[in-house]
Design a protein around this ligand. Structure first.
Ligand SMILES: Nc1ncnc2c1ncn2[C@@H]1O[C@H](COP(=O)(O)OP(=O)(O)OP(=O)(O)O)[C@@H](O)[C@H]1O
Length: 592
C-alpha cells in the first residue's frame, strides 16, 4: 500500500514521518496547503498511490478533485484541549473561528474545562476575513483556528494560534487509511471475480483458499472441483506456485475415460491469495472428428530416451532422429514433411515424450478431418472458453496434414498460433509446403509453423528398414491377436522389398498385420504376404512360375476381377480388344 500524506503545516509533516515509521505501508509526506497540496495529490493519483492523507480545507479540496480515497487528519478533542490550555493564561480576549466541526467541538471543550473563549462558526472560507475584522474591532487579540484562519489573523496583526493535530489524530488517520485500503482491495477482488464469472457463465467455478478449503462456489458440487485440484497438484502450495507463475494457468484432468479442462487464476482478498478454478467438461470437444487428446497426466516415468536410442539401417533416418532429438527441447514450432504414412505423427509424439513436456497433454488435430466450424470453435480465443492451444498448455499440439487446410482454416490456425503461450506446435504435411506458399498456402502460417523443419524419407528410399519394421509389426500383431509368429522368411522379405510402398510404413504395417492373421505356420511365408498384399498390386501378386500363356491368363483373371468382370473395361486396361479378351478366356476354359 502506498500513502501520500500532504501536511498543510510543517509540524504535521514531522509528526506524520515519525509515526509513519515501521508501519505496514510505504509513506511519502509533502508539505503544502490548498492548491500546492492539490498539485501533489494529482501527481500521486497517476503514480499508483493508493490513499491520500491530509487535513482541513486542503483535504476537502483534494477530495473533490481526485478519485483515490482521501483520509482526513482530524482535530480531536485532545487537540483542542491542548491549545485551549495553552492560551488559558494569555492576557487579552481569545476567540476560536472555524467550520462547525471545529467551532462546536471547541465550544464543548471550553465549557467542560470552564474557560471562557468565544467561538465563531463560519460556513464559508470567504467569511473568515470579515469575521476577524469584527473581532479585532471588539478587542480580540488571539485567534485560534485552522491554517487559513491563522494566516488571515496574522495578516491583520492578530495573534494566530493554529489548532494542530496531535499523535492520536495522526494514528487514527493511519488506521483509517489501512481500513479503506482493505475495503478498496476487497472490492477490486470482488470486481475481479464478478468479471471472470460473467465471462465464463457456462462454466462451473469454485474459489479455494491456500489450505484448499472452498471459500465461494458457483456450482452445486464445489467438492468435485476441490478434489480435482487436490488430486492434480497434490499440495496447495504447489498449486499456488504454479498459478502465480502465469496470469492464467490451465490444465487437463483425466479420470477414467473422462476429461475436464480447468482454468485457474489467483485473486487476493484482504491480501490473502485465493485460487479461482473454472471447470469445463470437454466431452463435447473430444467428440470433434479428427481430434485426439492424450492428457499424459498419469505418466510417472521421466522423459523417454527412445529417440536417443533410435537406430535405423538408413543413414537418412538416423540423421532425422538426431535432428528430432535436438529439436525436441528447442521450444520452436516444427514442421515435419514426408509422404503419407512415413511416421510423421509418430515422430512428433516421440519428440513430445522425449522432452520436458512429456507429462503435459499431446493433442492431435487432423486438419483433413476437422470441419471448418469445429476448427473455428477449437482455435478460438482462450478467454472465450478453451482453445486447443490452451488445452495443451505446457504440452504439444500436432497439426496433422496442415497442407490440407482451406484458406479460411489457414487463417484461423494462424490467428490461434499468435497466442500459443507455452505450447509446442508441431505440424505435419505430406507435401512440400514451401512451394505451395506462392499458390495456396498462407505465407504467414508457413513462417509460423516452419521455424524448424524435419523430413522423413519414403519407405521405398530406405528399404533397408523393412526387415526391422516387419519384426516390430509381427510382434505388435502377435500381442494384439494372440498369435505366436516367430519370424519372417527371407523370401517374404525379398518380396516386401520389391514393392514401392506408396502408403509407406502405415501400409507395411497393414500388410504384416494381415499376414500374421492369415499365417498358419510360425513363420510368415511368401504366400501369407501375397495374400495380405492389396489385390491391385498385380505385379507382386502374380506368380511368375509356369508358361507365358499361364502367366498371361493369371494377369487377365486378376484384372477382370478388379474390374468386377466388366469385359469392356478389362480389355481397355489390357490394351486388347473385347474379342481378343473373349477368345483368350474361352481358350483358358477349354484348356482347363
Ligand atoms: N519407425 C517406426 N517404427 C515403428 N512404427 C512406425 C515407425 N514409423 C511409422 N510407424 C507406424 O506407422 C504408422 C504411420 O505412422 P504415422 O501415422 O506417424 O505416419 P504419418 O506420416 O503421420 O501419416 P499421415 O501422413 O497419414 O498422417 C503408425 O502406425 C506408426 O506407429
Amino acid at each position: 500500500m502506498k500513502i501520500l500524506a500532504i501536511a498543510p503545516y510543517p509540524g504535521l509533516k514531522e509528526l506524520l514521518l515519525s509515526l509513519g515509521q515501521n508501519q505496514p505501508f510505504e509513506l511519502v509526506v509533502e508539505t503544502g496547503d490548498l492548491n500546492a497540496g492539490l498539485h501533489y495529490a494529482k501527481e500521486a493519483e497517476n503514480n499508483g498511490t493508493d490513499i491520500i492523507i491530509s487535513r482541513g480545507g486542503t483535504a476537502e479540496l483534494i477530495q473533490e478533485q481526485v478519485s483515490i480515497p482521501v483520509i482526513e487528519v482530524e482535530v480531536s478533542g485532545y487537540d483542542m484541549l491542548r491549545v485551549i490550555t495553552l492560551i488559558k493564561d494569555f492576557p487579552g480576549k481569545a476567540a476560536i473561528v472555524g467550520f462547525a466541526a471545529i467551532a462546536e467541538g471547541a465550544s464543548a471543550v471550553c465549557s467542560l474545562v470552564d474557560i471562557d473563549v468565544k467561538t465563531i462558526t463560519i460556513t464559508e472560507a470567504d467569511e473568515v476575513q470579515s469575521r476577524l475584522e469584527v473581532l479585532q474591532k471588539n478587542g480580540y487579540q488571539v485567534i485560534i483556528g485552522d491554517v487559513i484562519t491563522v494566516r488571515i489573523a496574522e495578516e491583520l496583526g492578530l495573534n494566530g494560534i493554529l489548532l494542530t493535530s496531535g499523535r492520536e489524530s495522526v494514528s487514527k488517520a493511519f488506521y483509517e487509511a489501512r481500513k479503506s485500503y482493505n475495503i478498496v482491495e476487497n472490492m477490486k477482488a470482488w470486481y475481479g471475480i464478478g468479471d471472470i464469472v460473467l465471462r465464463n457463465m457456462q462454466q462451473e467455478v469454485a474459489v479455494l483458499d491456500q489450505k484448499g478449503k472452498v471459500k465461494y462456489a458457483g456450482t452445486d458440487d464445489p467438492a468435485f472441483i476441490q478434489n480435482i485440484v487436490w488430486d492434480y497438484f497434490g499440495k496447495m502450495d504447489y498449486a499456488f506456485q504454479k498459478m502465480e507463475s502465469s496470469p492464467s494457468y490451465s490444465f487437463l484432468y483425466e479420470r477414467g475415460s473422462r476429461m475436464w479442462f480447468i482454468q485457474s487464476q489467483v485473486i487476493r482478498e484482504e491480501g490473502e491469495p485465493l485460487g479461482v478454478f473454472f471447470l469445463s467438461d470437454i466431452d463435447d470437444i473430444q467428440a470433434v472428428r479428427g481430434l485426439d487428446i492424450q492428457s499424459n497426466q498419469h505418466r510417472t516415468t521421466g522423459p523417454s530416451t527412445v529417440l536417443e536410442g533410435r537406430i535405423s539401417e538408413s543413414v537418412e533416418m538416423n540423421k532425422m532422429y538426431e535432428k528430432a532429438l535436438a529439436f525436441a527441447g528447442a521450444g520452436r514450432n516444427i514442421l515435419i514433411e514426408g509422404e503419407r504414412g512415413t511416421g510423421k505423427g509418430r515422430t512428433a509424439e516421440l519428440m513430445h515424450l522425449s522432452s520436458e513436456r512429456h507429462r503435459s497433454p499431446f493433442i492431435t488435430i487432423d486438419c483433413e478431418q476437422v470441419t471448418e466450424n469445429e476448427l473455428e470453435r477449437i482455435s478460438s480465443d482462450p478467454l472465450e472458453g478453451y482453445s486447443l492451444v490452451s488445452l495443451a498448455e505446457g504440452g504439444t499440439v500436432l497439426l496433422k496434414n496442415i497442407d490440407t487446410l482451406s484458406h479460411s482454416g489457414q487463417q484461423m490456425v494462424s490467428r490461434a498460433l499468435q497466442v500459443k503461450g507455452n505450447t509446442q506446435i508441431i505440424s505435419s504435411a505430406s507435401r512440400e509446403l514451401e512451394p505451395l506458399v506462392q499458390q495456396s498456402f498462407l505465407g504467414s502460417l508457413y513462417d509460423q509453423a516452419a521455424e524448424l523443419k524435419l523430413y522423413i524419407p519414403p519407405l521405398r528410399e530406405r528399404k533397408e528398414d523393412i526387415e526391422s519394421l516387419s519384426s516390430l509389426f509381427i510382434n505388435e500383431s502377435n500381442v494384439r491377436y494372440g498369435k505366436q509368429i516367430s519370424g519372417i522368411r527371407e523370401e517374404s522379405l525379398e518380396l516386401l522389398r520389391e514393392i514401392d510402398w506408396p502408403g509407406n510404413v502405415s501400409q507395411l504395417y497393414r500388410v504384416i498385420e494381415e499376414a500374421v492373421l492369415i499365417a498358419e505356420q510360425s513363420y510368415l511365408e511368401v504366400e501369407d504376404i501375397r495374400q495380405a498384399l492389396p489385390q491391385k498390386w498385380e505385379y507382386s501378386n502374380i506368380q511368375v512360375s509356369g508358361t507365358l500363356s499361364e502367366i498371361e491368363t493369371r494377369v487377365i483373371k486378376q484384372v477382370l476381377e478388379q474390374e468386377h468382370h466388366n469385359h469392356s473395361r478389362t480389355a481397355k486396361r489390357l490394351g486388347i480388344n473385347r474379342t481378343t479378351l473373349w477368345r483368350k478366356l474361352k481358350q483358358d476354359k477349354q484348356e482347363s
